[in-house]
Each structure stands twice: as structure tokens, then as C-alpha cells.
Design a protein around this ligand. Sequence first.
Ligand code: BTN
Length: 245
Amino acid sequence: FGRKIRYQEVVHSTQILAHEWAREGIEEGALVVAEQQEAGRGRLGRKWYSPSHTGVWMSLILRPSILLTDASHLTLLASLGVKQGIERVTGLPIQIKWPNDLLIHGKKICGILTELRGEQDQVHYVIIGIGINVNTPKESWPEEIRRIATSLAIELGGPVHRASLIAAILEELEEVYQQYMNQGFTKIKAQWEKSSGILGKSIVARTAQGTYTGIAEQLTGQGALLLRTDQGLIPIHSADILLKE
Ligand code: BTN
């Protein structure tokens, strides 16, 4: 990954450039990186704070030959690869909150936004958008974000070299991706379950269908989160998760 890199000082969102590049037919593994995003996008239509020169704001283009119904596998493997990359460089213990938020001591350090285009039932291309608060100071966020977010520099008490971090993450991502393409989801699922901080915990899942409370039990083969509730086991496909520590 990262043999082709498009680097730009300021963008609206690296996702937009990555979609353009993917439509033009750029090869798998190509990466868009920016120093600042003026309109960084988060999951569920949220905004992503991307202040200048403080984070890693990047979008990776993938072209897996998989079915659209398996697309959530990519989200989960991305969280695993990014976690391993950050841990390798910083030594900080990272928790994965389903599907793909990375947390340190319960605060968000990284968000991942997976967007894809399909053709019939096949995935055509996937954009994995990765936002990491690396050297972001507390002051750059509004009050409501300060309560839920942190950065690597805040946790370590010193700055982290962003290029080294990107290199480590690309290596780890490429490895889990190869493993997935060669051997399927089973191994990734097991690794994810082992390294997520969420399984066995009491959570609240807010979905479009309603709010469910229960214990996060495991992933399904499709990457959904199985929740044990009073009404039995419920698979959660898309939700906002709240950990009830
Ligand atoms: C989330 O947790 O809601 C996902 C956040 C994803 C942010 C990254 S930053 C790089 C890429 N470009 C964007 O506009 N968003 C993603």
C-alpha cells in the first residue's frame, strides 16, 4: 500500500479526492493524505475535526473482489490494522469499539469511515478513510469533543512522528488485508474479537430500528455485532454504541 500517494496541504475531505481517483481507475493501495481538511466527514453524517498539521487524515483505495454483503469485513479489518500500527509506534494500548472506533482509556483517538461503490452484487472499489488525532492539542476541539476525544500526544505527553505512523499503519493494513483475501474472514474475526474492548461488556446500541441494551457477545460471520438482550440474541448491523462501563 502507499506506492502511489497524493499529498495535499488543504482539502475539503480526502474521501472526495479518493473517490475521484478511484473512478479514474487508480490502482489498489493508492493513498490520499492531507495536512488539513476543511470538511472532514465522520460516520453517520457527522463532522470530523481535522486541524492543520496535527493529525493523520488519509484515505486508502482498495479493490477487493468480494460481494457487497461482505463489505463490513473491510471496516473491521481496517480497525485491526490501524490499531496494530498505532500500537507498534506508540506502545499505547488501543481498544476497538465496534465497528471501528479506536479508543485509549475510553476516549476516541481514531475514526474510520468506509465508503464503497458496487456493481451489481460485487464491490467495485472501497475507500477507507482514516482520521487519527496524533499531535492534536485539546484546545483545537470544542468542549463537547474534548470530553470524548484524545490524541496520541496528549496520552504520551509528547509528539509522534506522523510519517512513521502512516508507514506502520500501511504495513499492518496490507498484512491483514492479504490475510483476509487469502484466507477469508475467520482469522480476522478471531483477532478482532480478541483485541476489541467491547465483548462481554454491557452496551447500548442506537440503531435506525431502535435502541437495544445488552451484552456484546461476538461477531457474526458477516461482521455484525451479536447482542444478548432480554429478547434474545440480536445482530446489530449499523449503530452508535455506548459502553456502560
Ligand atoms: C468517524 O469516526 O466518524 C469516522 C471519521 C473518519 C475521518 C477520516 S479523516 C480522513 C477521511 N476523510 C474524511 O473526510 N473522513 C475520513
